[in-house]
Design a protein around this ligand. Structure first.
Ligand SMILES: Nc1ncnc2c1ncn2[C@@H]1O[C@H](COP(=O)(O)OP(=O)(O)O)[C@@H](O)[C@H]1O
Ligand SMILES: [Mg+2]
Length: 231
């Protein structure tokens, strides 16, 4: 799969919070988006996932206009995940059931993904009793089990402890197999270095630097990126 944004922008009250001339995501890559609060990261990925709408411009998926039918191949873990008022296990399975996977597929996917985290004690617990980090694990798993062509994760490890973050990173790296594409928003530069193929820096709705992680994180061109990374 290949996603291309062309002259894509979003404005609120005549202020552009996203302003992208051209941006392409290619298969078999992990993209990490960095940038200060309010730089437009969530707006960008929510627009790709369909949770938000462009004010102008277009998005192509394999050269076709991205519509809701095609969006079945995209899954997202939003920044503040909403869990259904049921058990953790049901939350993990809901998307698979909704997408009409059969029982065997559902069981296999569940067994495979639940074993990443040590969460046996959470599986039958109602989601409302979960801590922030526990919720994040369940939300990450319910997104990962879908194994969509494109997976988008908005600050997936922000509330996780160090050990859980490392497990999440392992999961994310495993997800790349089978030519999948993953887009992750994070504030953790070290995490970007560990998991990214390509790093994108955003500021004020624009992409100010993008490229191979070693280039962007160790030898950036942009003055602001240099300043943020203290280079
Ligand atoms: N519904 C909205 N109405 C007005 N402004 C919004 C709305 N949603 C987001 N914004 C603004 O758009 C900008 C980008 O937000 P966001 O994409 O959430 O940033 P990030 O994820 O990089 O922190 C921010 O300045 C935010 O306040
Ligand atoms: Mg955000």
């Amino acid at each position: 799969m290949n996603i291309k944004l062309i002259k894509a922008f979003k404005e609120y009250n005549e202020t552009k919070v996203l302003d992208i001339d051209e941006l392409q995501f290619e298969e078999n890559n992990i993209y990490v988006i960095l940038g200060s609060n309010g730089s437009g990261k969530s707006t960008l990925i929510n627009i790709i996932s369909g949770l938000n709408k462009l004010s102008g411009g277009k998005i192509l998926y394999d050269d076709k206009i991205l519509n809701n039918e095609i969006r079945k191949e995209i899954s997202i873990m939003v920044q503040k995940p909403y869990l259904f008022n049921t058990t953790s296990k049901e939350n993990i399975l809901k998307g698979l059931k909704f997408r009409n996977f059969n029982e065997l597929e559902i069981n296999n996917a569940f067994e495979k993904y639940k074993s990443y985290f040590n969460i046996d004690n959470l599986l039958n617990k109602k989601s409302k009793w979960l801590s922030g980090g526990e919720r994040a694990k369940i939300a990450l798993l319910r997104t990962a089990v879908l194994e969509t062509e494109l997976t988008i994760l908005d600050e997936p490890t922000a509330s996780m402890d160090i050990e859980s973050s490392m497990i999440a990173e392992k999961l994310i790296l495993d997800m790349k197999h089978k030519k999948k594409t993953i887009i992750i928003v994070t504030h953790d530069v070290n995490q970007a270095m560990r998991v990214a193929d390509c790093v994108i820096f955003m500021d004020k709705g624009k992409i100010i630097e993008m490229g191979n992680k070693n280039k962007v994180l160790k030898n950036p061109e942009n003055r602001l990126v240099k300043q943020i990374l203290n280079i």
